[in-house]
Design a protein around this ligand. Structure first.
Ligand code: UT7
Length: 337
């Protein structure tokens, strides 16, 4: 039996999620691209995904934030810092965190966006904990992951459009002394070209040089998302078990000591392979990809919220949130709920 290390970690005071009302089924996709419910279900595990009917990212984020604030029993003025993880902001500026702050009335808080793709919620927890650790005026953090992936989805590309959904989830975090906590975060920019959504190229008034400086990045249709599914699949199946193992090792526990593992929900086959490689049963893996598809940074906290609502994760449980995605990035966070 391993000995868990006690450190200053996080207390998850409240949680909340929000997904748009509109739902697209696999059959709906079969009407717009050459695909079938059978292919999507067998290759990905996805059955439905929620898609916005025009609601922007910050709107989804504010809805989840309000739910988490209510669950925590605090008022918006108690929040010292808002961190929003998103790869689908509505504006380059203002940040999504500032727009959410305005929506929820968290007067006086700091507000910052982070972009770590599907790993954003894990990176956000680690960042929140480091602010809390400093004991320098930040005592309550609102961490939100909000994604409207449908706005960068190419609905003519059957290999990617069937994967994505929209949604948001949020945690209210406080400092907790003498508790279980560890993080293992990493990035591998050599794999940057495998998951891409392009921003703007410079067309400034003085430009004469038409040479592109990102020759190793794929050509894309405007800002639409493109990925090398096979490369990402290999990366995910390799890094997911490593991130769990390393985070557990730092926390002084073994993966089998965890009550639940909440992985990024990209493909059920990736999760099944990771469970096998970790030697843990699929009962420990929290999987709701059938309902929501891949919602990037929001997928881990949305799955966490559903697991709590259904009693699969309870107070005091040892949990690992494990992500992988664009960047490439990977991360594991171990904590006690
Ligand atoms: O959060 C972002 C992280 N992203 C990921 O984790 C994605 C990781 N990758 C994957 O999950 C899988 O690679 C995909 C689900 C994207 C694709 O599954 P796959 O088993 O790797 O399929 P494939 O790309 O090898 O394609 C197999 C066949 C191809 O046809 P041919 O060439 O064998 O005739 C594709 O054209 O399936 C075809 N195909 C489809 N068929 C029906 C691709 N997409 C579809 C589709 N419906 N939607």
């Amino acid at each position: 039996m391993s000995q868990a290390k006690k450190v200053t970690g996080i207390h998850v005071k409240g949680i909340g999620k929000y997904v748009p009302e509109m739902v697209a089924t696999n059959e709906d996709f079969a009407k717009i691209v050459d695909t079938s419910d059978e292919w999507i279900t067998q290759r990905t595990g996805i059955k439905t995904r929620h898609i916005t009917n025009g609601e922007p990212t910050y709107y989804l984020g504010a809805k989840a934030a309000k739910a988490a604030i209510a669950d925590a029993g605090i008022s918006p003025e108690d929040i010292d810092l808002i961190i929003t993880a998103t790869v689908t902001p509505d504006f380059f500026t203002p940040s999504t965190a500032c727009l959410i702050q305005r929506e929820i009335g968290a007067v006086g808080s700091m507000a910052i966006d982070i972009n770590c793709a599907c790993t954003g919620f894990d990176y956000g927890i680690d960042m929140a904990r480091r602010y809390l650790l400093a004991e320098d005026g930040v005592d309550t953090v609102l961490l939100i992951a909000a994604e409207e992936l449908s706005k960068f989805t190419d609905y003519t590309d059957r290999s990617s459009c069937i994967l994505f959904g929209d949604g948001s989830a949020a945690f209210v975090l406080e400092r907790k002394k003498d508790t279980l906590y560890s993080s293992y975060l990493g990035a591998d920019g050599t794999g940057a070209k495998f998951l891409v959504s392009r921003a703007m190229r410079s067309e400034n008034a003085f430009r004469t040089n038409k040479e592109e400086f990102d020759m190793d990045m794929p050509a894309t249709k405007a800002h639409y998302f493109t990925q090398d599914g096979k490369e990402v699949y290999k990366f995910a199946t390799r890094t997911l078990p490593i991130a769990v193992e390393k985070a557990c090792e730092k926390a002084g526990i073994a993966p089998e000591d965890l009550d639940a593992i909440v992985p990024h929900q990209a493909n059920v086959r990736i999760i099944e392979t990771a469970a096998k490689n970790l030697g843990v049963s699929m009962d420990k893996m929290v999987v709701y990809i059938d309902r929501y598809g891949n919602t990037s940074s929001a997928s881990i906290p949305i799955a966490f919220c559903d697991a709590v609502a259904e009693g699969r994760i309870r107070r005091g449980d040892k949990v690992c949130l494990v992500g992988f995605g664009g960047g490439l990035t990977y991360a594991g966070i171990v904590f006690e709920y």
